[in-house]
Design a protein around this ligand. Structure first.
Ligand code: XMP
Length: 196
């Protein structure tokens, strides 16, 4: 299939310094994650809540692998500050639509970094009196944690590099890459390719 997103000039892949996780590695890991989630939730009625926008691709791929009864909802969160540094300030842009009282909730995000986002959203959902709240993230960057919070399900643990693709963006771009990559410094500017 022809594509204009290849390594040529102006193509997204030309902006990458390296590919950290391939599409095939993602496919294999998601099958394992889905099997774990199914096993742990058999006979329970799950409500999956994705955090917009980063969880979009991870969540939609994961959902298609889950063969248990479930409902899906989204919450929206936007953090202010520099493009690649999550500040502690978070604005909730969409609240829960479904009633989760007495339900098991699986909160899904693209990446657990400092922990501010998931802590804030978890507290917001807890106010709706669910039976339980579990966390599932595609990526975990434990080196960057500032809040003591861990996910129950983790796709991949990665080093402290700023990554894009598979839902993750740089200035709202690159979300549609089917793998996870690291941007070249010429794209992010010196000192921005890694965090911390
Ligand atoms: P916190 O620090 O609140 O971060 O745990 C979660 C949010 O920060 C963004 N984030 C990233 N986005 N590449 C990205 O594209 C990264 O390497 C990265 N690290 C953190 C992301 O929006 C995530 O939901």
């Amino acid at each position: 299939m022809k594509t204009n997103s290849g390594g040529g000039p102006g193509g997204m892949e030309g902006d990458l310094a390296e590919i950290l996780i391939t599409a095939e590695e993602i496919r294999r890991r998601l099958a394992e994650l889905a099997a774990e989630i199914e096993r742990d939730h058999e006979g329970r009625d799950l409500t999956i809540v994705g955090i917009l926008t980063g969880s979009l691709i991870f969540l939609s791929d994961l959902l298609r692998l889950l063969r248990i009864p479930l409902r899906v909802d989204f919450v929206g969160a936007a953090s202010y500050g520099a493009a690649i540094e999550s500040s502690g300030e978070l604005t909730v842009t969409k609240t829960l639509g479904l009633d989760v009282r007495g339900r098991d909730v699986l909160l899904v995000d693209d990446i657990l970094d400092t922990g501010h986002t998931l802590q804030r959203i978890r507290r917001m959902i807890a106010r709706h009196d669910p039976r339980s709240i579990e966390l599932c993230v595609f990526l975990d960057k434990p080196e960057r944690r500032r809040i003591p919070i861990e996910a129950d399900y983790v796709g991949f643990t990665i080093p402290d590099r700023f990554v894009v693709g598979y839902g993750l963006d740089y200035a709202e771009r690159y979300r549609n890459l089917p793998f996870v990559g690291v941007l070249k410094e010429s794209v992010t500017g010196p000192g921005n390719a890694t965090q911390g």
